[in-house]
Ligand binder design. Structure first.
Ligand SMILES: C[S@@+](CC[C@H](N)C(=O)[O-])C[C@H]1O[C@@H](n2cnc3c(N)ncnc32)[C@H](O)[C@@H]1O
Length: 284
C-alpha cells in the first residue's frame, strides 16, 4: 500500500487527486444526476481546484462532502464547473455566414425549428432571433434554447442584460451584417437593457442536459457552439449522435470556431456548407 507521508511524491498526490475527482463526479451523478464524468479532464480538474480554493476547502474530498450534503453548494459547484461566457453575435462572421448560406435554405421551409444547445444566458438565441427577423422569417421560426444550468436559463428568460454590454453587442451586430440600429431591439432602463418582447416570443428556453437527456424534436438548424470543447472525445461522439438524431433531412449543424466534425464518424453524413464558419449540412 502506498503511503503519502513516506512516499510524498508528486505522482502519489496526482493519483490521490485523480481518485478523489472520480469519486466526486460519481457521487454527484448518483446524488444529483449531473454527469460530468466525461468532461475534458484537465479543464474539470482546474475548475474543481479553483472551486475548492474559493470555498476554503482543503481537499477534493472536502468538496465532495460539501456538495453531497448541501444542495446550495451543488448549485454553486455546477456554475463553477461550466463556462457560461457568451455574447451577442459572438464571432460576427459566423452570423454573416448564417445570413448568406443558411437563411436561403431556411426560407424554403414553411415552419422552421431551431435548437440552440448550450445557450448559456441567451445572447446567442436573441442574436439568431434578430437575424431571422431582419431576414423576414422570424414569424415562421421556433428557437428552442436549452442549457443544463437552470441559473443561466433564468437570466436568459428575462431578456435583460447590463447596459454596459451594449457597446460590445452593438459592435458585433454591425460586423455581423446588421441591417438597422442595434438599439432598435431593446429598451434601456436604469443600468439595464430589456430585449423587445417581439424578439422573445418565438424563443422557448428550457433545461436540457446533453449528456443525460434525449432528443426531443427534429430541427432544421442546430447550433452547438463552444460546448463540445469541454467534453472528452467519447462524450463528444455521444452528443453528436444525439444531435444527428435530432436533425431533419438536409438540416444544418453549426459548431463553434474551435470545434469540427473532422474525425467524427458522422463526418460523411454531412457536407461542409462553410468550412471556416463550421457550418455543415446533413446529406445522409
Ligand atoms: C461557453 S457556453 C456557450 C454559449 C453559447 N453557445 C456561445 O457559444 O456563446 C457553454 C454552455 O454549455 C452549457 N453546457 C455544458 N455542459 C452541458 C450539458 N451537458 N448539457 C447542456 N448544456 C451544457 C454550459 O452550461 C454553458 O452555458
Amino acid at each position: 500500500m502506498k503511503d503519502l507521508d513516506s512516499n510524498n511524491t508528486l505522482e502519489v498526490k496526482d493519483e490521490i487527486e485523480s481518485i478523489e475527482i472520480d469519486l466526486l463526479l460519481d457521487g454527484i451523478y448518483r446524488r444529483y444526476g449531473y454527469d460530468f464524468r466525461s468532461y475534458a479532464s484537465a479543464s474539470i480538474r482546474r475548475r474543481i481546484l479553483k472551486f475548492a480554493e474559493q470555498e476554503g476547502l482543503s481537499t477534493i474530498s472536502a468538496v465532495q462532502e460539501a456538495v453531497l450534503h448541501q444542495s446550495s453548494m451543488m448549485d454553486k459547484f455546477v456554475l463553477s464547473l461550466t463556462v457560461n461566457v457568451t455574447t451577442m453575435f459572438r464571432d460576427p462572421a459566423f452570423f454573416l455566414a448564417i445570413r448568406k448560406s443558411v437563411v436561403p435554405i431556411l426560407k424554403t421551409y414553411p415552419m422552421i425549428r431551431i435548437w440552440d444547445a448550450g445557450c448559456a444566458t441567451g445572447e446567442e438565441a436573441y442574436s439568431m432571433a434578430i437575424v431571422l427577423k431582419e431576414e423576414g422569417i422570424y414569424d415562421r421560426c421556433r428557437i428552442y434554447a436549452t442549457d443544463m444550468n437552470e441559473d443561466v436559463l433564468r437570466k436568459a428568460k428575462t431578456g435583460i442584460f447590463p447596459l454596459s454590454h451594449m457597446k460590445e453587442f452593438t459592435d458585433n451586430y454591425i460586423q455581423s451584417g446588421g441591417k438597422t440600429s442595434f438599439s432598435d431591439y431593446y429598451t434601456a432602463k436604469y443600468d439595464y437593457a430589456i430585449i423587445n418582447q417581439d424578439l422573445r416570443q418565438n424563443i422557448i428556453f428550457a433545461q436540457h442536459n446533453l449528456v443525460t437527456d434525449k432528443s426531443f424534436n427534429e430541427f432544421n438548424l442546430v447550433l452547438i457552439r463552444n460546448v463540445l470543447i469541454y467534453f472528452n472525445e467519447e462524450l463528444r461522439a455521444k452528443v453528436l449522435d444525439l444531435l444527428h438524431e435530432s436533425m431533419a433531412s438536409f438540416g444544418i449543424l453549426a459548431l463553434g470556431k474551435r470545434e469540427s466534425l473532422k474525425f467524427s464518424k458522422l463526418e460523411s453524413s454531412y457536407e461542409e456548407l462553410d468550412s471556416a464558419m463550421k457550418l455543415y449540412k446533413r446529406c445522409a
